[in-house]
Write a protein that binds this ligand. Structure first.
Ligand SMILES: [Zn+2]
Length: 346
């Protein structure tokens, strides 16, 4: 199984393997929760499994047991995989018993030493996250990267390649996992969220709300998010019914993008009701939709979607949301639809 949004990065890796061009050091980058470790696991399976990652054989099943993300109660310089020639390096407990922010030099030394032991089989070492190595640790790794050994593969995972020293970057081949907004990833997402939740959300909109990171969308739905979403939705409807409420939106602070997605969902639902001449179970929504022209619903949906798209740039999210909310607060009694100009577009 390969996640839809990993396909292009994986095919790049697969090409390296097929053409026998796999480097000694690989760098896999992508934002938090995009699935760098999952892609790494897939790559390692492809390399070690005789069937190139069948998922069923002893090697594949052994590799699946690894969970280097788990926080141990004791400090470990490196962690061994269930598979003998694979090791992991990550930040561990400090002397004070808290998780260190850095990967330390003694860890990287142990990592390189362990990889340096000659073996006939391919030796693989994974560091996550390479952007957590302190300067000494990075220097120590650099020495190993400068003198690559036969039959050794070092895989560095990093959220942000720019925070790695140029000397390390220049010795790695990098593969990047992009955020995703396509239908295939949305279908994957909708299959992987709770059935009851699925009925309330549109997968593509969820994906947008999570900046194109499917695992993050799933995480967002856990815990308080669902209830938060309900309270944003209620406040949005109150604003449309009673425009003065637009001045009491502290609830939205810090959640601007999610609130925009919530409004987008409301507008989509409202248009559906209007077109199909249905009544919603949500009485407030009925009240708003009844008094609002279908054309204005479409226009505001456009403007809201545009604001969501702009959120991927460095805009002031609060301003973006305020612009949209002003129109929304008057949506039931608008004479003319105003032009919303998000200043950042100029
Ligand atoms: Zn296999």
């Amino acid at each position: 199984m390969i996640f839809p949004w990993h396909k292009s990065a994986y095919s790049k890796l697969k090409k390296m393997i097929d053409q026998n061009h796999l480097p000694h050091a690989l760098l896999i980058t992508g934002v938090e929760k995009i699935g760098k470790f999952e892609l790494t696991q897939k790559l390692i399976q492809t390399l070690l499994c005789e069937e190139q990652s069948c998922g069923q054989c002893e090697v594949c099943l052994t590799l699946k047991k690894d969970n280097p993300r788990e926080v141990l109660e004791h400090s470990a310089l490196i962690r061994r995989s269930h598979y003998p020639n694979l090791i992991f390096c990550r930040s561990e407990l400090n002397d004070s018993g808290t998780i260190s922010k850095d990967i330390r030099v003694d860890q990287v030394r142990a990592f390189c030493e362990s990889l340096g032991k000659t073996a006939d089989a391919l030796q693989i070492g994974v560091i996550f996250y390479a952007d957590q190595m302190n300067a000494n640790a990075a220097n120590s790794l650099l020495k190993t990267l400068e003198e690559p050994r036969r039959n050794t593969l070092i895989i560095l995972l990093a959220h942000n390649a720019n925070s790695l020293p140029a000397t390390i970057l220049s010795r790695c081949q990098s593969v990047h996992i992009n955020p995703t907004y396509d239908q295939e990833s949305a279908s994957w997402l909708s299959q992987n969220i709770d059935k009851e939740v699925r009925a309330d959300f549109d997968a593509l909109q969820l994906l947008e709300g999570a900046h194109g990171v499917p695992f993050k969308a799933i995480k967002d739905l856990e815990g308080d998010y669902f209830f938060q979403y309900q309270s944003w939705q209620n406040l949005l409807l109150e604003i449309a019914i009673n425009p003065t409420r637009v001045n009491e939106t502290e609830l939205f602070d810090g959640n601007e993008l999610q609130v925009l997605s919530c409004l987008q969902q409301l507008l989509t639902e409202g248009i559906k009701l209007k077109v199909l001449k249905y009544d919603s179970a949500n009485l407030e929504l009925n009240k708003v939709i009844e008094k609002t022209s279908q054309r204005y619903l479409f226009k505001l949906l456009d403007d809201t979607s545009r604001a969501i798209a702009l959120s991927k740039t460095t805009v002031n999210m609060k301003l973006l949301l305020d612009n949209v909310l002003i129109v929304w607060s008057h949506i039931t009694h608008l004479k003319h639809y105003p032009t919303i100009t998000h200043t950042q577009e100029f």
